[in-house]
Design a protein around this ligand. Structure first.
Ligand SMILES: Nc1ncnc2c1ncn2[C@@H]1O[C@H](COP(=O)(O)OP(=O)(O)OP(=O)(O)O)[C@@H](O)[C@H]1O
Ligand SMILES: [Mg+2]
Length: 246
């Protein structure tokens, strides 16, 4: 009858017909070269990679002197990237972020800039690291984050607390606190860390700061200080400021 819809393709095939169709499909896929057998991944030359990490430092700071940075720290950060215990002298937890703290001018921010560059490189070049959610990170200073709140309010901060965004917070503790948005005051970093703690299994937070660890609780609350223990590897930077000698 003319109002009848076109008859649908027959779906009550026999088991034999289904099997033949499936086999034909698999044959076609294989003939297109989409092999399902795992490919062998390129070997990693860790000595070369370690030099590449130094290269990333030198790219950010042309006067970079590898002898003037704590080798245990850089080796352990390298281990963190590759999850390689043999370089992990500081016994870092690979699923926690890095919390670099210490006095002014010791290379904490430089480390983070170089680390980001190198991680991007690793992710782009190694198939086996492509799915490592920890590589790649946004970077914002704490003051910038406070300013984002002051200009655009709380919704603008939420993208920095998303569950799939790794974030380096530079100069934590140096932001104006509380920040004000049309008279509404907020401790921006307390708010962000609280949200990021909830996503700690799927996104990494890194920090550079001049704050002493014992100053975190008075400024951001005991509950934030307590959560920091679960979120971060604490790495101390010591020595004389580079700014005096450069
Ligand atoms: N190993 C190094 N060799 C040469 N220059 C370095 C080295 N480490 C850091 N620097 C330089 O020293 C200066 C201070 O470094 P950086 O800004 O990273 O310090 P910081 O610890 O983040 O300081 P602050 O706590 O004040 O933010 C920068 O110009 C940086 O490029
Ligand atoms: Mg810094």
């Amino acid at each position: 009858m003319f109002w009848r819809k076109k008859e649908p393709a027959r779906i009550n095939k026999t088991a034999e017909e289904w099997r033949a169709e499936l086999e034909e499909g698999v044959k076609q896929i294989l003939s297109r070269g989409l092999s399902t057998t795992p490919q062998t991944l390129p070997e990693i030359d860790f000595e070369l990679e370690r030099q590449r990490l130094n290269g990333a430092f030198a790219k950010v700071e042309p006067r970079f002197d590898p002898k003037r940075i704590d080798k245990n720290v850089v080796d352990s950060i390298f281990a963190w990237i590759w999850r390689k215990d043999e370089f992990n002298k500081l016994n870092l937890d690979y699923d926690k972020g890095l919390f670099l703290y210490g006095p002014l001018g010791l290379g904490k921010s430089l480390t983070m800039f170089a680390l980001r560059q190198y991680m991007n490189w690793v992710k782009a070049h190694y198939e086996q690291k492509r799915d490592d959610y920890r590589l790649c990170a946004w970077m914002k200073s704490a003051s910038e984050l406070a300013n984002i709140y002051a200009v655009d309010g709380q919704p603008a901060l939420l993208s920095y607390a998303a569950h799939d965004v790794n974030l380096v917070i530079d100069e934590f503790g140096r932001e104006p606190c509380p920040a004000k948005y049309f008279g509404t005051e907020m401790n921006v970093l307390q708010f962000l860390l609280q949200l990021r703690y909830d996503h700690r299994r799927s996104s990494i937070t890194h920090v550079t700061t001049n704050m002493k660890l014992e100053d975190i609780a008075p400024k951001y609350g005991a509950y934030v200080a307590d959560r920091c223990i679960e979120m971060f590897n604490f790495i101390e930077y010591k020595g004389q400021s580079f700014r005096k000698t450069l």
